[in-house]
Design a protein around this ligand. Sequence first.
Ligand code: ADP
Ligand code: MG
Length: 322
Amino acid sequence: MEFDLIDLLRERTRVARDDVRLGIGDDGAVLVPPPGQELVVAVDTMVEGVHFLPGTDPADLGWKALAVNLSDLAAMGATPAWALLALTMPHADAALVRGFADGFVQLARQHQVALVGGDTTSGPLSITVTVHGFVPPGAALQRAGAQVGDLVLVTGWLGDAVAGLYALRDPPHDDSARAALRRVLIERLTRPTPRVAAGLALRSLASACVDISDGLLADLGHICEASGVAAELDAPLLPCSPALRELHGEAQALEFALGGGDNYELCFTVPPVHLEQVLADLGRVGCGVTWIGRIVAGRGVRVRDAQGEWITPLMKSWEHFA
Ligand code: ADP
Ligand code: MG
């Protein structure tokens, strides 16, 4: 359908790759996987009113629809290559497609990701992106693999995105210092940075890895379940951004850090012997990293406060908009 819209997408998302023999325009794309590599594939859907607010800037949607998928590839330690886009919208909306393509390609260029096909249909606004990436045989990072004694680390800051969601409900409209901080948090929600380079660096070092889409407790919980272990975290170690602390205070920042989703940082485990290498390698790719706890025998994730008392977080995992 809607060939002009598809043309618009093709023109505005151009990223050259030698391994795309045939891209958008035929019944299927023809792609040339690198010899000897394994293919990692992931897909994520964003639905208006569920994953983003009505009226969201189409460029932000384009960026984020790709970002959340690249975050999955990052968590697998894969090098991104190709994407497919299934776009459903209420009517043939050229302005939306143009804006979407511009946000999408901004991130796609950073990672040399080619949009090679998709589907365009009418219906409630919904965006599904599929991504493909490569890893050497057997090298993909997984949720299973954490061992008792391993250290638990995270990249970047925790909890900003959920604070950004609160800020977005009452958008800042002045030039005050607080408004500037709120804009920082909103950008963390609308323009997440997938930790692709960090994922690649961790490939030979991490014993397990996950991206934080549902919240630290929930996603580290997935590592624990898949690995048959438990995790103990120290609340004072959790990395909260200056913007988050300043606007919400320590207690609320801690809740957001533990339970807030849409975060797209990596949470991973490493044997202590690899700690120095991890800090050096992630430092080299410009990615902040913080040690937050360790893997122990048992089940589940526990959190200790500064006094060593176990605490019960209020917000267990990500709440969607609806
Ligand atoms: P078909 O009916 O054979 O599936 P379409 O008319 O849906 O083909 O699509 C024509 C071409 O445009 C195909 O190459 C398809 O992959 C591409 N395409 C359609 N929609 C999109 C989209 N939203 N993003 C990227 N490529 C798209
Ligand atoms: Mg066809």
